[in-house]
Design a binder for this molecule. Structure first.
Ligand code: B4P
Length: 188
């Protein structure tokens, strides 16, 4: 399963809950990058400037960390991807990885939330947690990058009949309930 949606739509928030509900690891490329930046690893040094600017990390680096992560034993029985793929090249790489594994995606959960709401959420998080990419300017850039590079993936996955669209507005629990209900209707 994948979670897709604009920055601030609630992907990370819902991924944690779905991970518990389905007993599969939630794999967040954003979290992996932030961990590496925080710990000054070689990867962290490579990705920090991209993240701080609200730009996407290059596909080659992103694909490599996902490929490595999916080979860990806990991902063998299934996984939930939060924030990956974000580009068409990443879609192709995920297709290759799944094919090599003989598995397929069961659903792509699209969390929708309007710009006003996501900007408000990210500015609130900035005040609480001070993430480097949550400033007003960087948020605007992240939203533009999402529209340009990631929104087109919705058509790709829709044409494969995989997209489950869920309203991301309202309390976190309400959104989780909506996602679980929509997935149950698909038999997931
Ligand atoms: P991410 O970590 O994926 O950041 P994000 O899009 O902002 O989503 P996040 O999951 O953190 O926030 P959420 O909406 O849950 O990516 C960060 C950066 O990493 C990218 O800009 C890029 O540089 C890099 N990156 C990651 N993946 C990449 C890839 N595949 N390719 C290239 N680069 C990549 O939550 C936001 C806030 O809203 C939180 O404070 C939360 O508490 C709040 N919230 C959530 N649900 C709410 C609700 N229902 N009501 C009110 N508030 C809510």
């Amino acid at each position: 399963m994948l979670l897709i949606g604009p920055p601030g739509a609630g992907k990370g928030t819902q991924a944690e809950r779905l991970s518990e509900a389905f007993d599969v690891p939630a794999i967040s490329t954003g979290d992996i990058f932030r961990f590496n930046v925080k710990n000054d690893t070689a990867l962290g040094l490579q990705v920090k400037a991209f993240m701080d600017a609200g730009a996407y990390v290059p596909d080659s680096l992103t694909n490599e960390i996902v490929s490595d992560r999916l080979q860990k034993p806990d991902a063998v029985q299934g996984f939930l991807l939060d924030g990956y793929p974000r580009t068409q090249e990443q879609v192709l790489e995920l297709d290759r990885l799944l094919e090599a594994d003989g598995t397929a995606l069961d659903a792509v959960v699209l969390i929708v939330a309007d710009t006003e709401e996501v900007v408000a959420r990210l500015l609130k998080r900035a005040a609480e947690q001070g993430r480097a990419d949550d400033t007003a300017d960087v948020i605007r850039h992240r939203l533009a990058v999402y529209e340009e590079q990631t929104a087109p993936l919705i058509d790709i996955y829709s044409s494969r009949g995989l997209v489950v669209t869920v309203d991301g507005l309202g309390a976190v629990d309400e959104v989780t309930g909506r996602i679980l209900e929509a997935l149950a209707q698909r038999g997931v």
